[in-house]
Design a protein. Structure first.
Length: 422
């Protein structure tokens, strides 16, 4: 029976394997490390005495690929969030708090109500979204919406940094546009915020591995692909160190690995190879924190971090677009971000709790217009080799939704190819 070898058990690889098995295709999943999840995983931290995620992720109810993936693996209830779309913010400098509350339906009348929109921002300034929706391929977010004013500081810049891991002055407008089109532009029901209730592995990784095993997938860990034998426009064999796996005439390969690894395996692959880091800091509090309206997250304006996530007695902050801070020591980063957390949670800024700093130096590709043009599609230059990953041309920025969608696109391309007559 023909098999598809999926290389990499991050979310893109897991999504590829799940999507293929749902179509009754045989799958072998290879992972270089001893665990799945890639940049989306949880781990037990001995210092904090609890399980934490390597990074924080905020999803939206309009993320349809994520919803399909979780439904397939039986983890549809693994994400939690408010019953209605609302986004709380806190200005670290002034202490001011506010809440964005989009309305139901596609007509955004919520921007007409001062209590639902960004404070001190005019109704007319919100119309800058129209320029973003019409942006050409070479424009940045700031090119479309401007780089000054209250709305830029309190909405566009935080949104760009969160979605693109880039400042609005550098991030590609064409990558932010689909985020708005698939969520906010569809109304409140499509932009309800969601987070993993018990951690990323519990939501995205463990259920997928259990489902794959139950469906008969072959899972191979600690197996690093070192070389692909390529000839006659096809992959002929895979080398895992000294172990050679010959590919049958109808076997296929999906490289669900970072772009740098893929470029090292496929000659002349065009891909976005520049990386942008993210820093996350986790604090173990003396007692569970109380958050506004019991929402488990909070946008931070004017501080070092941009987002605060609270799960019981663990408070975690995210610093996206962290190129200027990723080389700072863990001690410096913890002190700087704890001031933000203490201000938001009304805690003592001098009482630094136990903490863990996690640096993802290659969290995403650099999502500028120039780098975005380099994203390849699911098909490669070799007939039986396909690509998956949030860095491929999914039409979305590099997010969980993009990684999962890339797996769907790769699986779809394989299924189409398999149905064609020889």
């Amino acid at each position: 029976m023909p098999r598809t070898h999926v290389i990499g058990a991050g979310l893109a690889g897991l999504s590829t394997a799940v999507s293929l098995l749902a179509q009754k295709h045989a799958v072998v999943l290879h992972e270089a490390s001893g665990r799945a999840g890639g940049r989306c995983r949880s781990f037990a931290d001995a210092k904090l005495g609890c399980t934490i995620d390597n990074g924080n992720h905020l999803l939206l109810s309009g993320n349809k690929s994520t919803s399909r993936y979780l439904s397939r693996v039986g983890a549809v209830n693994a994400l939690i969030g408010p019953e209605r779309a609302c986004f709380p913010f806190f200005d670290v400098v002034s202490g001011r708090r506010w809440m964005l509350r989009p309305n139901a339906g596609i007509v955004p009348w919520w921007i007409l109500q001062p209590g639902r929109r960004t404070p001190d921002a005019s109704v007319w300034s919100h119309l800058s979204a129209l320029a973003l929706m019409l942006a050409g391929p070479g424009r940045t977010v700031a090119d479309c919406v401007g780089s000054r004013g209250v709305l830029f500081e309190r909405f566009w810049e935080p949104l760009a940094v969160a979605a693109l891991n880039m400042p609005a002055t550098e991030g590609a407008a064409q990558l932010l546009r689909p985020v708005l089109r698939e969520t906010f532009a569809k109304g409140e029901a499509a932009c309800r915020p969601l987070i993993a209730a018990r951690g990323l592995s519990h939501a995205f990784v463990d259920p997928a591995l259990a489902w794959l095993r139950a469906q008969g997938a072959e899972l191979q860990f600690k197996r690093r692909l070192t070389r692909i034998e390529l000839s006659n426009g096809r992959a002929q064999a895979l080398h895992f160190g000294e172990r050679r796996v010959r590919l049958g005439a109808d076997d296929r390969v999906v490289l669900a690995v970072p772009p740098q690894a893929a470029a090292g395996l496929l000659p002349e692959l065009t891909a976005p190879l520049q990386s942008s880091p993210i820093v996350n800091v986790h604090f173990r509090l003396a007692q569970p924190a109380e958050v506004p309206e019991q929402l488990p997250f909070l946008g931070l304006i004017g501080g070092t971090a941009q987002w605060l996530f609270v799960r019981g007695d663990v408070a975690s902050v995210t610093i996206s677009a962290a190129a200027d801070l990723v080389h700072e020591s863990a001690a410096v980063l913890a002190k700087r971000t704890w001031r933000d957390v203490a201000a938001a949670l009304a805690d003592n800024p001098e009482n630094l709790p136990p903490h863990r700093v996690v640096k993802e130096k290659r969290a995403t590709f650099v999502q500028t217009p120039d780098q975005a043009r380099l994203r390849p599609g699911a098909a490669s230059a070799f007939a039986n080799v396909f690509l998956a990953g949030d860095w491929t041309a999914t039409g979305l920025p590099a997010t969980i939704e993009s990684a999962i969608r890339s797996g769907e696109l790769a699986a779809r391309a394989i299924v189409r190819q398999a149905r064609r007559p020889r």
